[in-house]
Design a protein. Structure first.
Lengths: 251, 251
């Protein structure tokens, strides 16, 4: 295995792994996307399953994504970003800023779960088609009640950040202070995913959120992020992922 | 307002606030349970609503529980415990132990969300009775698939902690190292809640988990925890809370 961080996640979907991948890419950190490598070279799915299933792992992650850094094995995307943030320069230096950035990330993680449950409100172990009626009801509430609440909150956070008051030309709003944080990257990914899954509903929910849209546009043009998005390392959204486009759910 | 930490949470239910309250109680930390005080003395619901709704809050929490410590305002129960852990002596000293304890807490938080969704699989804004059919399906999957997966993981974590190999008399297993952590307290509360909500299903799921049961029994006998549980400060479980007992969901 080469040097650098190891990221373990399902090989064909962005899912929760993408929040970590975006941070690694934006910081140009050396990392291996393990499951997309070959088993013959110690990568692939067997490498990930080792961390999830092998009884020799003293502190096993409950699920992926899993970050391995030397002897450290970390699960939970928000915990991974809490760990990586300072190392990648993607969080402020004060305890106050770090805690606030993490709090934002945890709220994004909550929103991720709610997005997942729009198409799987009954059980992850069942197909979408087996819970379609429930998915219609849950998505309807998600777009009418929950998403507007999250959007209003993120917009308020951007509005109340005093560093966003007078932005330099070609800059964009940030969630915390005046620098790019992993929470900004995650909010970008959230907006990307929502606009993919719910082209009508998400556009409507974001209509009166100029700061979120400016952040989304700004991150997309960040030099290293843009290069990553244009590369083969970026996986496409799909009907197997977290964000899924079912026309009937997008009311 | 008196000195010490301020905990803001809905006044009539344990909910997610209880994970924070248990840590404060176990450490005998000075705190005010703000919403249970009188508005005339600056407490009660208006004090909590100030932090959730007032545009003057620069870094507003998305939801309660909210911990206020001087000028610091923190939302998200796991982030609150990340902050409090070292101050209350309820987490190890190494970064490694702190990250692992937090990762455990985040997985407990995920389980909390799944427990909530057993009775509210469609929308928090609707009554249980309006989503009872869906609740039956979701609870059935929760007890058959999800809960056993979480239980097996926590049992494995306890089993693989080498400090649990030879326990002193009157001691009990801990999730991290040889000392009580906030994750232990939260797992205790999770077991309490599950046994309340699903007396049949939870007992079945926990049957082959001697270490979790020993932790649960041990925390209940911890001197300060036991005193707290016997006090009026401990709220009862109820049908308005996170853990609800609906006989029809307990299969």
């Amino acid at each position: 295995m080469t040097h650098g961080y190891q990221l373990h996640y399902w090989p064909l979907i962005e899912g929760r792994g993408e929040f970590v991948r975006l941070a690694l890419e934006a910081a140009a950190a050396p990392y291996v996307d393990v499951t997309r490598g070959q088993a013959a070279s110690g990568k692939g799915m067997p490498a990930m399953m080792h961390y999830l299933q092998d009884a020799s792992i003293a502190r096993p992650p409950f699920a992926c994504p899993v970050l391995v850094d030397g002897k450290l094995v970390i699960g939970q995307s928000a915990a991974i970003l809490l760990y990586l943030g300072p190392k990648l320069g993607l969080v402020g230096k004060s305890e106050r800023d770090r805690l606030w950035t993490h709090q934002l990330q945890l709220t994004i993680a909550d929103l991720v779960t709610e997005v997942h449950d729009t198409h799987h409100p009954i059980a992850s172990s069942l197909y979408y088609e087996e819970q379609k009626a429930e998915a219609l009801r849950r998505s309807s509430d998600f777009l009418a009640v929950r998403l507007p609440k999250f959007v209003a909150w993120f917009e308020a956070v951007l509005q109340r950040n005093p560093k966003n008051d007078r932005l330099a030309q070609r800059s964009f709003p940030h969630l915390v202070g005046a620098r790019l944080s992993y929470a900004d990257l995650s909010l970008f990914q959230m907006v990307e995913g929502l606009l993919y899954a719910f082209p009508k509903g998400a556009k409507r929910a974001l209509r009166k959120s100029p700061r979120i849209l400016a952040l989304h546009g700004g991150v997309a043009q960040h030099k290293r992020v843009a290069a990553y998005l244009a590369s083969e390392r970026r996986l496409p959204f799909s009907q197997e992922g977290l964000f899924r486009r079912y026309r009937e759910l997008d009311s």
